[in-house]
Design a protein around this ligand. Structure first.
Ligand code: FAD
Ligand code: DLZ
Ligand code: SF4
Length: 515
């Protein structure tokens, strides 16, 4: 009977072939991966997310096995699968006479707690390791984010990270171009004559895997075309996408980063989040590829495109992880505005007359993807203005997006988008009326509602829900300097008009299902 002295567990989002565990193959170590119901069922995931993760996990196990590492892979329908990490590991310890267990720090609090129990439950030495993925080490987080409940400024964090990794700096450690941030140049709508020339989709057939998932009875949301699955599920595919992104999309990324259009679902966005979050790609290799493009050809890859992109990964992504680990578990139940409403059922069908929501939700259901501004300023903006309970909003986001893992989902959703943390992540609530959506998209033109109408029939709901939100939260937002202009404007609005706005908003709120 074959034995191994140590077992190394690899979770579905730990597909890091560059990890020091894989420097050299040895015959005493058994790497273990498993498809388990405890992970497929903690939220109802989009079907493409489950397929994507299983497909990427299987590819990883196969590639590393070819390189000589011993892998034990438990598939979803294997008869000995006990569908939980602990019980599957226990069985393997017995079977292979394992003497010690190793795991990499999980990215989710829920699993970190579970893993902390392993030693006690297994009665064997258990060792925790870094994932070697993030740019702030786990034990460095406390120095960047020392206090619970405190507000943090992403911009200050980002500058420290630029200095730490020497990114886009000149010889005297000053930011290239004399500015840390080029956001002012990055708020353009898609120009009317613009021809979109971006990355392409590369399809693969996942029909057999989908059948296995269906046979297992896993409940999912959303749609899939199994012969045209487009998410990258190997490191090679992810590297190809990165290189195509740099060639084709990066030259426009910054300028059109906030734009929304019916013409194209990802526009100049990279679609790299799934590969990054499952660790097939390292954030620094993405950042350096982008920085290098600027150094080699600063005209094509101007600073505003490149800095805008790098900030998302070196800044926002690491910032969100730092917030997550410094604020959990309390963060998961924050509800600053005490919002209590349920999500309208059309969040699972896209059947609403509000065109921006219809398009963004439909796209999310069919592709398991929406870009940042669709997530923040369409669905997120609506949920905040409509007073939806942050738990409901979190569950929806955690389930629907292929890149959704709690550390980056909850900080973006409950924090940045719902301001349920009262301002730990962001310095003001991201709310807007229809004017922002009309300015940044081509959604309003064919909408049932009129973007420039505030009251009466067909008035865009965003317009009065916005003022209703301000009115309801005047006290809560009174000390927020970034909200004072809007609060003052509201206070100066004549009573009669205020009442008309509030009546219209109340009507919409009581009829959320029918919007
Ligand atoms: P690009 O626009 O090409 O950006 C490049 C990369 O930057 C992304 O791949 C991502 O790794 C990183 N990035 C960009 N913005 C953020 C951000 N705000 N926080 C962290 N990383 C960022 N991102 C997730 O990875 N998982 C989530 O579950 C998630 N949930 C979100 C929920 C809400 C309400 C909002 C407003 C944003 C959320 N984001 C999430 C952030 C962002 O929307 C996605 O990272 C992005 O849309 C992924 O698509 P992309 O790879 O094409 O991104
Ligand atoms: C999201 C997910 C799903 C759907 N299934 C699995 C699985 O069967 N096995 C696994 O190891 N991981 C899965 N994952 C990803 C995990 O939930 C992920 O490791 C945690 O969310 C930690 O970030
Ligand atoms: Fe959305 Fe209002 Fe524009 Fe319609 S009019 S697309 S509901 S912002």
């Amino acid at each position: 009977m074959r034995t191994f002295s140590s077992l190394r567990l690899i979770l579905g989002d730990q597909l890091n072939s560059q990890h020091s565990w894989f420097k050299k193959a040895d015959d005493n170590t058994l790497f273990v991966m498993m498809e388990v119901r405890s992970e497929t069922d903690y939220v109802k995931h989009h079907v493409q997310k489950v397929v994507g993760i299983f497909n990427a996990m299987r590819n990883f196990s196969a590639t590393m096995s070819e390189k000589g590492f011993h892998f034990y892979y438990i598939k979803i329908n294997d008869s000995d699968n006990q569908h939980a990490f602990l019980s599957n590991i226990s069985a393997l310890i017995h079977r292979f006479q394992i003497q010690e267990v190793h795991y990499q720090q999980p990215d989710e609090y829920r699993l970190a707690v579970e893993m902390n129990q392993l030693q006690k439950e297994l009665g064997l030495p258990v060792f925790k390791h870094e994932t070697e993925h993030f740019l702030v080490e786990t034990d460095e987080i406390a120095s960047f984010f020392p206090k619970k409940g405190k507000s943090y400024l992403m911009e200050a964090f980002y500058r420290k990270m630029r200095l730490k990794y020497n990114i886009l700096l000149d010889g005297s450690k000053k930011p290239l171009g004399g500015k840390w941030n080029f956001d002012q140049e990055n708020r353009k709508k898609v120009p009317s004559q613009h021809h979109i020339f971006t990355t392409s989709l590369h399809f693969k057939n996942v029909t057999n895997l989908l059948t296995e998932i269906q046979t297992a009875g896993i409940e999912t949301i959303g749609e899939i075309n199994p012969t045209q699955f487009s998410w990258t599920t190997t490191r090679e595919e992810a590297l190809d996408l990165l290189s195509e992104f740099v060639d084709k999309a990066l030259p426009y990324f910054g300028t059109l980063q906030d734009a929304m259009t019916k013409q194209h679902w990802y526009l100049y966005h990279s679609r790299l989040s799934f590969a990054l979050n499952t660790k097939m790609l390292h954030p620094l290799e993405v950042i350096t590829a982008v920085e290098k493009a600027h150094f080699n050809d600063p005209e094509t890859y101007s600073l505003n495109q490149v800095e805008g992109f790098i900030r998302q990964i070196l800044g926002w992504r690491e910032f969100m992880r730092g917030i997550y680990w410094s604020q959990m578990p309390e963060f998961a139940s924050l509800n600053f505005f005490n919002h209590q409403r349920k999500l309208p059922s059309w969040f699972w069908t896209g059947k609403t007359k509000m065109n921006c929501l219809h398009l963004s939700i439909k796209q999310s259901l069919s592709l398991s993807y929406a870009h940042h501004i669709q997530r923040l300023m369409i669905t997120g903006n609506f949920c905040l203005l409509a007073g939806i309970h942050p738990d409901e909003v979190d569950d929806w986001y955690l389930g629907i997006y292929v890149d959704a893992f709690e550390w980056v989902e909850i900080t973006n959703t409950r924090g940045m988008s719902q301001f349920a943390d009262g301002g730990i992540v962001g310095s003001k609530p991201y709310v807007s009326s229809a004017s922002y959506i009309h300015k940044m998209s081509d959604y309003c033109g064919t909408c049932h509602y009129k973007h420039d109408k505030k009251t009466g029939e067909n008035a865009c709901p965003f317009n009065t829900l916005y003022w209703h939100f301000i009115d309801k939260n005047v006290e809560k937002l009174a000390n927020n300097p970034r909200m004072s202009m809007m609060i003052n404007l509201w206070k100066k609005t004549e009573n009669e008009q205020q009442n008309a706005f509030l009546r219209q908003a109340e009507y919409y709120i009581t009829n959320l299902e029918n919007l």
